[in-house]
Design a protein around this ligand. Structure first.
Ligand code: GTP
Ligand code: MG
Length: 453
């Protein structure tokens, strides 16, 4: 018997960070196989075997993809091929109660090709800002046996620490699962773990210095053969997922289930958020964080004045169907603003900036006098590394009104990031003069003093 919960369960986005070939996809399908192999055991027939917690794939195409990867392994005895594009998986985290089954929360997992996991990538920045927790993948086999791997670990450490510092400034319940993959290649038990520990001291010290919540998970998912059938042996692998989701769910009872971006938006204490820590790669994020706290009206997701809230992919089912629906509406009326805004939001939610930008360009042409659209478009250009286009928009806004505050700050930050401090400072000065409150003037002064390294 399944009962519906009267309260809508929260939706969490889990970020994964790890280089190509570290084992992200094997971890995902291994965890899925482990939890799913027991999820349909009837508790009335086998009460000791039926799990009390598990997760289920919400949409059939995604489920079929996971099953097809598992079939590939069982038929060939090989690991799945490398991931070529981002695939979105939506899971429901379920609990069996005495009275039935309850969905505790939903979570979304982006299976990402390794080279996308880079803070300089605008898609990835979108994912980072929309995430609630992160799985950091480290190849334990290479960590122990390959001296050159230390270099990759440094890159990962820098990214994790930059993210942890940003989170530290928001006080959201963000957790890091450090997942050491391919541990089946190491000596079992404590010896292998000690060898890993020696190499990750830098990462651990850095995480502790910013009081990050983290936990280590050692996973080994060998392919084993039984009676001519191969399978991933994934005992205990899903514990990382369960820990992250349980951490988030636990905190939710205190009303804190915000993504990083939402928390940055709420924040008003600029001292805590200014990107003084920012290495160059996080300058984009730091700059955005600063814009958000300045209250400059920049959102990842677009809002149309006086319209009903736009459904998002995660709240309203299958994204492809929704895209199709809005595209159909736009064929009938290419100027349908509701459909354009909804479509742009769907693309943004998928991290598909290159699809969102042309839609927003249309919106900006239809409503040329709405400065919010112009400003949002400029921000998307910035995120997709088209800073010249972004600056052109700020220039257009300033040619109409030389004291346009958002454009002054936007252009000043771009000039600053490009090392043109003279222009940046004179723009910051005008912005400070026209800023409508003493608080905002102070924040502008602070922004003008924080320089990208
Ligand atoms: N022995 C062993 N090998 C593993 C394990 N996990 C991954 N591998 C190996 O690592 C390779 C890459 O694993 P994937 O899960 O595809 O790696 P990924 O991080 O998803 O890589 P990209 O999607 O290409 O970025 C596999 O083809 C296996 O050869 C494991 O637990 N044990
Ligand atoms: Mg993969």
């Amino acid at each position: 018997m399944k009962l519906l919960s009267p309260i809508k369960p929260p939706i969490y986005n889990l970020l994964s960070l790890g280089e190509r070939g570290v084992g992200k996809t094997v971890f995902l399908v291994g965890s899925y196989a482990e939890l799913n192999s027991v999820s349909d055991i009837d508790p009335d027939l086998a009460p000791n075997l039926a799990p009390s917690l598990w997760f289920e794939c919400q949409y059939n195409p995604e489920k079929e993809l996971l099953e097809s990867i598992l079939n590939y392994v069982s038929q060939t005895g090989h690991y799945p091929p490398p991931t070529l594009k981002i695939t979105d998986f939506h899971f429901a985290f379920k609990q069996r109660k005495r009275w039935g089954v309850k969905s505790l929360c939903y979570f979304r997992w982006w299976d990402i090709p390794g080279e996308y996991c880079n803070f300089e990538n605008p898609y990835y920045q979108t994912m980072v800002l929309n995430s609630h927790s992160c799985c950091v993948f480290i190849n334990a086999d290479r960590l122990v046996h390959d001296a050159s791997y230390v270099q990759s670990l440094e890159t990962i450490t820098k990214q994790v620490v930059s993210l942890a510092r940003l989170i530290d400034r928001t006080a959201i319940p963000y957790a890091f699962a450090l997942i050491f993959t391919q541990c089946d290649q190491l000596p079992p038990g404590a010896i292998g773990q000690l060898q890993i520990e020696e190499k990750i001291q830098g990462l651990v010290t850095a995480l502790e210095s910013v009081s990050a919540k983290y936990q280590r998970f050692y996973t080994g998912i060998p392919i084993v053969e039984r009676d001519g059938v191969f399978k991933l042996q994934s005992n205990g692998v899903s514990s990382a997922f369960l820990w992250l989701v349980a951490e988030l769910y636990k905190k939710k009872s205190f009303g804190v289930d915000k993504s990083l971006e939402a928390s940055l938006q709420d924040k008003t204490d600029s001292q805590k958020l200014l990107p003084t820590f920012s290495p160059k790669l996080l300058w984009g994020l730091g700059g955005i964080a600063a814009l958000i706290i300045l209250g400059l009206g920049w959102n990842f997701f677009l809002k149309q004045p006086n319209s009903t809230p736009t459904p998002t992919a995660s709240s309203a089912g299958n994204t492809d169907q929704q895209v199709e629906k809005y595209e159909k509406l736009l064929k009938e009326n290419p100027q349908n603003m509701d459909a354009l805004v909804a479509l742009a939001n769907l693309y943004l939610e998928q991290g598909e900036l290159e699809k969102a930008i042309p839609v927003l360009e249309k919106i900006a042409v239809i409503q040329p006098n709405n400065l919010d659209w112009q400003f949002n478009l400029a921000k998307l250009y910035e995120l997709s590394d088209q800073t010249n286009k972004a600056e052109k928009i700020y220039d257009q806004m300033l040619s109409k009104n030389p004291k346009e505050f958002k454009a002054l700050v936007g252009k000043a930050m771009l000039r600053q990031a490009k090392g043109d401090f003279q222009t940046a400072n004179s723009l910051f000065k005008i912005a400070e003069d026209v800023a409508p409150s003493p608080d905002l003037k102070k924040k502008i002064r602070e922004l003008s003093q924080s320089k990208p390294k």
